[in-house]
Design a protein around this ligand. Structure first.
Ligand SMILES: [Zn+2]
Length: 292
């Protein structure tokens, strides 16, 4: 799933390639992906892309004041196409293509564009056409952006204070902090040497400072690594940069202990016992049931 660093990189990628270009048309192939009907998606035709921004994990293309806002969800991705002039018209079907944005041809006659695709059967990718991105409920509810200057240690302290939530769930909650998902919350907690099950309100000032440092550094480094990469190379880069997430059974590159996993109904978390939980494995109900 694309999280803050990947969406940030896609924002740069599109800014470089798409700003200044005119939208020829937007083809919505997966009807359920389009979450708004007024203004209609056809209103984007003929407008010029004037800016690209990110809100949490949302990608926002400003087209002369009308915005196409995209949330790639769990299995969505963006694919840049250098020339769509020969592309076949798309019909709604079972394929991964959800939305195609066609741009006007340049002086060489190439008509580039990009496609939003979504793998798997659960279709969650969302596209919105709006004059005001803040009217999208998911955007309006976003907590502070961890890459923003206002995200200080004190700001984090204010967010955590009094919360009886486990830190792993809190980090993933977009309403609390914007942009962190399942992968980077594992990475942040590993960097902070903190148990994913620790209750937010029990953190000491020193632990809050460590957690803040881990959030800013982990995301900052991931953004740095992803910067300048083509959209198609981002997935591999994300995977290779992860130290614990999806690496259960492999050695921790900090201490050499074996990375472990806790499974839930529809997700799992990974962590290093030596680095994060004083060497004690966390209870994994699914696993202990299997071992009986
Ligand atoms: Zn370790």
């Amino acid at each position: 799933m694309p999280e803050l660093p990947e969406v940030e990189s896609l924002t740069h990628f599109l800014r470089e390639r798409a700003v200044g270009r005119t939208v020829l048309g937007v083809d919505v192939v997966a009807i359920q992906a389009l979450k708004t009907f007024d203004p209609p998606v056809t209103a984007l035709g003929g407008l010029t892309i004037t800016g690209v921004a990110r809100h949490g994990k949302f990608l926002d293309l400003d087209c002369d004041g009308l915005h196409l806002v995209i949330h790639l969800a769990r299995a969505g991705w963006l694919r840049w196409r250098d020339d769509l002039s020969g592309a076949k018209p798309v019909r709604p079907g079972k394929g991964p293509l959800a939305v195609r944005v066609r741009l006007a041809p340049d002086e060489e006659g190439l008509a580039p564009g990009f496609e939003l695709t979504e793998a798997g059967t659960q279709k969650r990718l969302a596209a919105y056409v709006t004059k005001n991105p803040d009217e999208i409920p998911g955007v309006a509810a976003l907590g502070p952006d961890p890459l923003d200057e206002s995200f200080t240690v004190d700001a984090l302290k204010g967010i955590l204070g009094g919360s009886r939530t486990q830190i792993k769930g809190l980090l993933r909650d977009q309403k609390i902090i914007a942009g962190i998902g399942n992968a980077y919350s594992d990475e942040v907690l590993h960097a902070a040497k903190m148990s994913p099950f620790k209750i937010a309100a029990t953190l000491t000032d020193a632990q809050i400072a460590d957690l803040h440092e881990a959030i800013v550094t982990t995301l900052g480094e991931a953004v740095e690594r992803a910067h300048g990469l083509a959209a198609k190379d981002l997935k591999a880069e994300k995977k290779s940069g992860l130290r614990v997430h999806n690496r259960a059974g492999q050695p921790c590159d900090v201490c050499g202990d074996t990375i472990r996993e806790v499974s839930f109904a529809d997700s799992s978390l990974q962590y290093c016992p030596t680095c994060q939980t004083g060497g004690k494995p966390l209870a994994d109900r699914r696993l202990s049931r299997l071992l009986k």
